[in-house]
Design a protein around this ligand. Structure first.
Ligand code: NAD
Length: 369
């Protein structure tokens, strides 16, 4: 199976997007400058934590085809604060227990699930049952079975399911995809990718396997896996991995650090790493026949940049990735066309991460075919 960046149609789409990024210098839009939406798609945010507060809600103030139309929260206090800040009336405020009532609200088209990983399926299923499209944060869930349930529920409801892979809309990453697909430096032979950070608070849900499904691999290593897949344009066939922990008090049931190696059908190898133990890894490099290219920082919200072995910098406009993704999904709904980051894309990463964990646990290579 090919990755979502692989097909010629997708490549042309992403390539055109990369071109659009450059031509709309300063005020970027993936859409025609004078394009007016017939209506804006209403998003309700499910889970009002850090990402919703600091990235998604502000991004919804920048979108052209989307708007903040509702909130779903377990905290009446948060609801009041959000209502005041975003002028949201009482009839667009829900709790996790009243999500069925979303069915009666035609102003809400999409539920954006932004809760801890192991709650994504429950909230997606509730949203699908209420007849809404779903944009669900990464990682999609904590097991392949739960991902499949989400895909099936959205299909049964006739609604779209997209995963929060914001870098599929980010100009610099798309430029690296172009360099790979056009073989500007020849065929890519080897990819190194890693993403990690120091996880400070020992009590956060990210360190509890029940809610997170795993450690840094599930949280941020997933970006390195994504980079390996969208740069190679292939799906891995086998994996080996090693996990380790230096602070056994803090990291009781998840890994502190993990390294893995993926083998792809063409023979391309990729080495990855992820950690909660320290800051400083946020990069990928693709080594090709006649040179190399890559990004560092590669996965942050802003100020991404890259380098090519011929000395050229990769530095396309610094845009709001969340606004780009939400506008794109809104357009998919308005035009009744599929998202480029569907649930199936999220499921692929979960299968790879489960194989990485299995290899780390057993010490054996795990086949993915
Ligand atoms: P957070 O802890 O800041 O927010 C989580 C929210 O879920 C909180 O409002 C919390 O109250 C709510 N919640 C509901 N039920 C809960 C329960 N049983 N236990 C704990 N919290 C509960 O987390 P976050 O950083 O906003 O992450 C939310 C999701 O977004 C995660 O899936 C994460 O992986 C993803 N995320 C994605 C990106 C990205 O760049 N795309 C960045 C950060 C987080």
């Amino acid at each position: 199976m090919k990755s979502s960046f692989t097909s010629r149609r997708d490549f042309l789409k992403t390539s055109a997007l990369a071109t659009a990024c450059i031509s709309f210098a300063g005020k970027f839009s993936t859409f025609a400058a004078d394009e007016k939406p017939a209506r804006k798609i209403g998003y309700a945010l499910c889970g009002l934590g850090s990402l919703s507060t600091n990235q998604i809600a502000p991004a919804l103030q920048e979108t052209k085809f989307a708007r903040l139309a509702g909130i779903i929260t377990g905290s009446p206090k948060k609801a009041k604060a959000w209502q005041a800040r975003y002028k949201l009336p009482d009839n667009c405020v829900y709790s996790y227990d009243t999500m069925a009532k979303l069915a009666d609200n035609p102003d809400i088209d999409v539920i954006y699930v932004v809760t801890p990983n192991a709650l994504h399926a429950a909230h997606t299923l509730a949203a699908a049952k209420a007849g809404k499209h779903i944009l669900c944060e990464k990682p999609m869930e904590v097991s392949s079975a739960k991902c499949q349930q989400m895909i099936d529920a959205c299909k049964a409801a006739g609604k779209q399911l997209a995963i929060g892979y914001r870098l599929h809309f980010e100009p610099n990453n798309l430029e690296c995809v172009r360099l790979a697909r056009e073989k500007v430096f020849g065929a890519v032979k080897y990819i190194e990718a890693g993403f990690g950070f120091h996880a400070g608070d020992p009590n956060q849900w990210r360190l509890k396997k029940e809610l997170s499904g795993g450690g840094p691999l599930m949280d941020v290593g997933i970006y390195a896996i994504q980079a390996m897949r969208y740069i190679s344009g292939e799906e891995p066939i086998s994996v080996t991995a090693t996990a380790s922990t230096t602070d056994t008090e803090k990291f009781k049931d998840i890994e502190e650090s993990i390294t893995w190696q993926l083998k792809f059908p063409s023979g391309l190898l990729a080495n990855g790493n992820s950690t909660y133990g320290f800051n400083g890894i946020n990069r990928y490099t693709a080594h090709a026949e006649n040179g190399s290219f890559g990004m560092e920082p590669a996965y942050s919200y802003h100020k991404l940049q890259g380098k090519r072995s011929d000395g050229e910098l990769i530095q396309l406009p610094d845009l709001d990735q969340f606004a780009l993704q939400m506008d794109d999904f809104a357009k998919c709904i308005l035009e009744n066309r599929p998202t480029r980051v569907p649930g199936e894309e999220g499921l692929r990463d979960i299968k790879i991460m489960m194989a990485i964990y299995e290899s780390a646990r057993t010490g054996k290579a795990v086949s993915l075919v």
